[in-house]
Design a protein around this ligand. Structure first.
Ligand SMILES: Cc1cc2nc3c(=O)[nH]c(=O)nc-3n(C[C@H](O)[C@H](O)[C@H](O)COP(=O)(O)OP(=O)(O)OC[C@H]3O[C@@H](n4cnc5c(N)ncnc54)[C@H](O)[C@@H]3O)c2cc1C
Length: 432
């Protein structure tokens, strides 16, 4: 058995995507010593399309606007378009890393394989060398690296790929393509397919609300943020009526009517798909009943031949190197504020949320809060104990009164406004 390398008071930080970078910046600023590990060769997380396993594809653009998507003290450049493409997002993240000298905080090409609690400390194994003992662990491993595959009955003869394996429309050119799932990636890929495939269709289980990327000439999130802050119960009917005015009744395009109110599932920021449907370049199909050789049978009993299925069926979220009894996949119930493990004070989980706005400003708040909480744990036992007591109860309501649809993709969902407001409030107290 190899000896354990004791890293004393140091914390272990895992991941150098947006969350890990921002955590490195704040841990350093607040004075928490740490070692960072990133399995890829550089910083950037999912936004580097060349990283193996990245869910990125050539046509992917931000769905949150550059105006509301930057870190608090590092806005996205004004020269960026309203919705930057993935390569601009990556450039922005690398600028952030350069500005704060963050690369030197990470050991690249090194994956954390397992981490287990040993009393208050954590034993971290990165393969290769000896396990290391840390005072605690901050994970920022992202949510979109493990494909979630649907259990489809039957057998399909053609090519099947998950959206994480999709990079370029060339993969679809001249083929009969069925995209399965109408999340944001699924809709983007369906739009790509509509341009190059011999025949393109999208299969969806339910109808959705399609939010245009611009409303009255402004990015949708900027538009929504510009009015007076309305309670959810008032904002929802107003927004639904506005969408009805802008999009009309989408059943005319073959889309099913939504079986839920707006914001009860993650909104789809895409109207290019409506344009493709209106031009007949794309067809809508219901859920798949079964596969049969070259054929797909749908729940309305229709049967069609395809040669490529793209499964845009989402991802399994969680921290794979923790034991499931510490943190189970797709489950945030063990975390206070989606961040702090309720039983292990030395375990902090960043980025374990899905939301209706830009993720980076929220990550920024999570990271500062994590760094200040860890600093209090290290230096001020009384303050740390009162903080833990405050976190021990149930979380405040982060839904704005919306009853999120009880589907897996909504498991870790927070409405960005109340979540940001609450994290900012806790931070204000901590800064004093
Ligand atoms: C198609 C798509 C579009 C999106 N669009 C938007 C958008 O418009 N706006 C927005 O705000 N968000 C968007 N997101 C959400 C996206 O998750 C966030 O923008 C952001 O990337 C989350 O950052 P992160 O650091 O938590 O995770 P990631 O970007 O996934 O980074 C995690 C890092 O951890 C590393 N890692 C993982 N496991 C280990 C390990 N065991 N050991 C060492 N390193 C490890 C990974 O290699 C990776 O570099 C989108 C996501 C997808 C998939």
């Amino acid at each position: 058995l190899s000896a354990v390398l004791d890293r004393g008071e140091r914390w272990c930080l895992v991941g150098a995507g947006p969350g890990g970078l921002c955590a490195a910046r704040w841990l350093r600023e607040i004075g928490v010593p740490f070692d960072g590990f990133e399995r890829q060769p550089d910083v950037g997380g999912i936004w580097d399309i060349d990283f193996p396993g990245s869910p990125m594809y050539e046509s992917c653009h931000f769905i949150s606007s550059r105006t509301l998507s930057g870190f608090r003290d590092h806005p996205m450049p004004a020269s960026y378009p309203d919705y930057p493409r993935h390569d601009l997002v990556l450039r922005y993240l690398r600028d952030y890393a350069d500005r704060f000298g963050l690369r030197e905080a990470f050991r690249f090409g090194t994956a954390v394989l397992s981490a287990r609690a040993e009393g208050d400390a954590w034993l971290v194994d990165t393969g290769g060398d000896s396990p290391r003992r840390y005072a605690g662990i901050v994970t920022a491993v992202g949510n979109e690296w493990r494909a979630s595959l649907p259990g489809l009955a039957g057998h399909f003869d053609g090519a099947t790929l998950h959206s994480s394996g999709y990079r370029s429309p060339e993969q679809l050119r001249g083929r009969r393509v069925l995209v399965v799932g109408a999340g944001n990636s699924g809709c983007d890929i369906a739009v790509d397919a509509a341009g190059v495939a011999a025949f393109a269709a999208i299969s969806m289980r339910r109808g959705y609300h399609f939010v245009p990327k611009h409303i009255l000439g402004r990015p949708a999130d900027v538009f929504a943020d510009s009015g007076p802050p309305l309670p959810g119960w008032l904002e929802r009917p107003i927004f639904e009526r506005l969408l009805r005015l802008l999009n009309g009744d989408l059943r005319r395009l073959g889309l099913p009517a939504p079986d839920h109110r707006i914001f009860e599932t993650h909104p789809i920021l895409n109207t290019a798909i409506l344009d493709r449907l209106a031009h007949g370049d794309l067809a809508v199909r219901p859920d798949i009943a079964r596969l049969d050789g070259p054929f797909v049978e749908f729940t309305d009993a229709a049967r069609e031949a395809y040669d490529t299925l793209v499964l845009a069926t989402g991802y399994t979220r969680g921290v794979p190197f923790l034991q499931p009894e510490v943190l189970a996949d797709d489950d945030v119930s063990r975390l206070a504020l989606n961040i702090f493990h309720r039983e292990h004070a030395g375990l902090v989980v960043l980025g374990h949320f899905t939301t209706d706005g830009g993720a980076f400003p929220i990550l920024d708040l999570q990271c500062e809060l994590a760094a200040r909480t860890i600093a209090a744990q290290r230096r001020d036992a009384r303050r740390a104990a009162s903080l833990r007591r405050a976190l021990a109860g149930p979380d405040p309501d982060f839904s704005r009164g919306v009853r999120f649809k009880p589907v897996r993709r909504m498991a870790n969902y927070v409405a960005s406004r109340p979540y940001k407001r609450h994290l900012s409030r806790v931070l204000r107290d901590l800064r004093q």
